[in-house]
Design a protein around this ligand. Sequence first.
Ligand code: NIG
Ligand code: FE
Length: 413
Amino acid sequence: MLDLVIKNIGELVIVPRGPIGGRSMHEVATISQAALVVQDGRIAWFGPETNLESPRECHTVDAKGGCIIPGLIDCHTHTVFAGTREGEFVKRLQGKAYAQIAEEGGGIRVSVEAVRGASCEALIELTLPRLQRMLLGGVTTVEIKSGYGLTVDDELKMLEAVARLKSFQPIELVGTYLAAHTTPREFADRPDAYLDLILDDTVLSRVRDENLAEFCDVFCERTAFSVEQSRRVLETAKRYNLRPKLHADQITQIGASILAGEVGAISADHLETIHDAGIAALAKAGSVAVLLPACSFFLGVEQAPARRMLEANLPVAIATDYNPGSSMVESLPLTLGIACTQMKMTPTEVLVAATANAAAAIDRHDTVGAIEVGMQADLLVLDVPNHHRWMYELGRNCVRLVIKKGEVVVGEA
Ligand code: NIG
Ligand code: FE
C-alpha cells in the first residue's frame, strides 16, 4: 500500500484518544496549514506543513484548505430493520405518546413482524444502502443491534446480516445482542420464560463462538424489562464475554442507570430521565453516557440533560439511535447539529462525542476516533475551514473525502 500524504489542511483537529471526561471535551488542539502522512493504513505523522518530509513514493491528497477530523462513529443504531412505521409518526404528531402506541400493540412489535418475514439476504439488501448513505456523511464505524427478531433464529439472523455486511462495504461494523428489546407477543405474560430462551447456553455460546456480537444490550424500561430482569440478562451475557450496555432511563425512571453502574456497563444509552444518583453511578463505574438527541427530537420530547452530565465529567458520546420507530434519522452529522442547538453542546464537544467517546462506548478507542500517531487512518476531509463551520451549516453534508484505513472510499482524491 502506497503512503498517503494529505496537504493543505486548513484545520487539523487533534482529537485525543477516548474516553474523555465531559469537562475536558470543550477544548481540543488544532493545527492550521497542516499536513498528515498515512502509512500502512495508520496515521504516521502530522504537523505544520512546513515541517513535512514527504515520503518518496506516495499518493498526495489536496485538502484545499478544508478541515480534517476523525471518521465519525455511530455507536448506537438499529440499522438492520425491515418495514417502516410512518403511521405511528403521524399518530404521535396528533398527540399519541410513544409508550402508548407500544402498549396498544404498535411500536417495536410491528418491526418484529417485518423482520421475521425477511430473509437474512433481504435484511442485507435493505441495510446496505443505509450504510452507503451513512458513509457519505462521514461515518466510518457503526454499531448495530439485533432486537427486532425476538426468536432465537430471528435474532441470530439479524446478527448474521451484520456479520456478512462487514465484508462488502467499507464501514467497520460492531454487533450487539439485543434480544431483550421487548417481550414478544407469544410470551406476553411470561417475560421470564422468554429470557430463559434467549439466555440459553446454546444461544449465547453461538453468539460468542461465531463472533456475532461483542456486547449485550437490554431495554430496561417499564414497558420492556425490569431492573432485576435486566440484571439477569447482563450478568448472564457477561459470562460469554458479551459486555453490558443498556437502554436506560429513556421514558421512565426505574433505576436503569444505577443498574448500569452496578453491572459495570461499558455504556448507558438514552438517559433522558437520568437523576443525580444515576449520574454518580455511571461516574463511579466509568461508563460512557451515550446520548441520542435525534430520538428525542424525532419524538418531540425533552432532551437528556447533557450539560449536567458534562459538568459531572462523564465521558459523553452521541449516536443516532437510527431505527424505524423512535429515530428514523440516519444522519449522524444532523444528530450532532441537534445536540448543539437542543442540548447546548459546542461543536468541539459533539465532535469528541462522536469520535473519541463513541469509540470508547464500543471498545474501539485504541484503534479509532482519534488523531494520534499509530491510530487507524479513518479521516474526513471537510469542505469547510474549521469544525465550528461544519456544525454551523446545520444539515448540509460538508464531507468532501472519506478515508477508511488509509484508503479514499468517498470522493475524488
Ligand atoms: O432505542 N427504546 C427502545 N428501542 C429503540 C426504539 C425501537 C423502536 O421503536 O423500534 C430506541 O429508541
Ligand atoms: Fe436504541
